[in-house]
Design a binder for this molecule. Structure first.
Ligand SMILES: NC(=O)c1ccc[n+]([C@@H]2O[C@H](COP(=O)([O-])OP(=O)(O)OC[C@H]3O[C@@H](n4cnc5c(N)ncnc54)[C@H](O)[C@@H]3O)[C@@H](O)[C@H]2O)c1
Length: 442
């Protein structure tokens, strides 16, 4: 089948590459010329495990092409996927300018029936606005009679596991008001839907809300555990014991109840905010969502507060080694990453940072550039050299079982601020470390 994808970011590129890999003819359109040039040179601008090989294989086979030519994109696909960003507007609501711009472009160029598939995460009612943009653009060309459908098909992939999630989805949500489009989407997704039917067809508004509901539920679990961690710390309990104690209840489960230094990334923060703003616009105060956000905001400062308290409020001239910069492991994405809040607070307090991340070094350099209080290191060990303490902000596998003797001898003082509860406090204490974790006895 012929597919066009607007937006070659995490979602668009993975969607395009996976659809091409099962034999579809896919054109990816982006307005970022540098990104398209890189992709046409066989380079993938983001780090996502397995993506580079998938893109290269399908590009070489001629099933996956990249262009900035919108007209070519629109005329190519029966399916026109919209997978562009929906960043937060100034008031926290989803900024739909990119989604609506694509809708307009489709209306300005289409000459035959199209299925317009909204894959971006968008507030309820966006499909109506997409439909209206297309209608207006067609009317401007005197083509009011041209048929098209608009479908909501939210994406649930996780960065770091994106290809597996797309290839073996838990569910494929399709929101339509026309059974014909459900069947077209069912056919497109059939290769990913073989073992049992995972396509859930529903009305468009429910599909749009389903995506926000999923992210808001996951964010709530994280903030809930972080709140409990803060309570555990104050009452002398160990949140890791509590986690295992509650996770054993199948109604709760072990997934997504790890305490830490807050959630980040391009989705949870903006989606919780956007849902809360959208509820408010409809006259409803979403109090749980507001609390989830507020807890997350302050949780990102918890590790810095521990560092500051350890040094009696004086961080001037201190050097802190920081392991982990991406908002979670297996990605180079630093959008809303807790490491950024931590680094910025350290700099503000007069400390220097020696940082290492397995994938996010270029992204960190892109964001912060050269500055005297940031040294980007080539290995976890190099980050320790001459540092006063080690902090861990992302639970990359490579940080899980380090050489503690080496850490102790490299640091001026054996102190670890463990923002992801990676290390066993008793073991570290027995090795002479001062160990601060989240919601655990000190
Ligand atoms: N990143 C995730 O893990 C994830 C998961 C599920 C859903 N989503 C949602 O998917 C959407 C895309 O997210 P992302 O992380 O892939 O974004 P991204 O920022 O990585 O990529 C968006 C791309 O769209 C391009 N773009 C902007 N306007 C365009 C236009 N008019 N035509 C063509 N391309 C255009 C940008 O240049 C950019 O390359 C968002 O709504 C996001 O909330 C993201």
């Amino acid at each position: 089948m012929k597919v066009t994808i607007f937006g070659s970011g995490y979602v668009g590129l993975v969607t395009g590459a996976c659809l091409a890999d099962v034999g579809n003819d896919v054109v990816c359109v982006d307005i970022d010329q540098d990104k398209i040039d890189m992709l046409n040179n066989g380079e993938v601008p983001i780090f996502e495990p397995g993506l580079e090989q998938l893109v290269q294989r399908n590009a070489e086979a001629g099933r996956l092409t990249f262009t900035t030519d919108i007209g070519r994109g629109v005329s190519h696909g029966l399916f026109q996927f919209i997978a562009v960003g929906t960043p937060p507007d100034e008031d926290g609501s989803a900024d739909l300018q990119y989604v609506l711009a694509v809708a307009r472009s489709i209306g300005e160029h289409m000459d035959d029936y199209k299925v317009i598939v909204d894959k971006s995460t968008v507030p309820v009612g966006t499909a109506d606005r997409v439909r209206e943009q297309v209608r207006q653009a067609l009317a401007g060309r005197g083509l009011e009679a041209l048929e098209y459908d608009v479908v909501s098909n939210p994406e649930f992939l996780k960065e770091g596991d994106a290809i597996d999630d797309f290839m073996k989805p838990d569910r494929i949500v399709v929101g339509t008001d026309n059974p014909r489009t459900t069947e077209l989407l069912r056919a497109l997704y059939a290769p990913f839907n073989r073992s049992h039917d995972r396509l859930i067809a529903m009305d468009i508004r429910s599909a749009e809300l389903t995506k926000y509901a999923a992210n808001a539920m996951l964010a709530t679990k994280i903030s809930f555990m972080n709140e409990l961690a803060n309570i555990a710390e104050r009452v002398g309990a160990d949140i890791e014991q509590v986690r295992i104690g509650i996770g054993s209840d199948p109604r709760i489960g072990y997934h997504f109840i790890y305490p830490g230094i807050g959630y980040g990334g391009s989705c949870f923060p903006k989606d919780v905010q956007a849902l809360e703003r959208s509820a408010r616009e409809h006259g409803y105060e979403a109090r749980i969502l507001a609390a989830v956000e507020a807890v997350n905001y302050s949780q990102k400062e918890v590790l810095f507060e521990k560092i500051r308290a350890h040094y009696d409020g004086d961080l001037q001239g201190r050097t802190i080694a920081l392991w982990g910069l991406s908002f979670k492991p297996n990605t180079d994405d630093m959008r809303e990453a807790p490491s950024r809040v931590l680094m910025e607070a350290l700099w503000q307090a007069g400390a220097r940072v020696r940082a290492y991340d397995p994938e996010a070094m270029d992204e960190t350099h892109r964001i912060y550039g050269e500055r005297p209080d940031l040294v980007l290191c080539e290995s976890p060990e190099q980050a320790l050299d001459g540092a006063d303490a080690l902090t861990v902000a992302t639970e990359w596998k490579v940080f899980r079982s380090p050489d503690f003797d080496r850490i102790r001898s490299a640091l001026t003082e054996p102190v670890i601020f463990d923002g992801r509860n990676l290390y066993d406090p008793r073991f570290l204490h027995s090795r002479g470390f001062v160990h601060y974790a989240i919601g655990r006895p000190g």
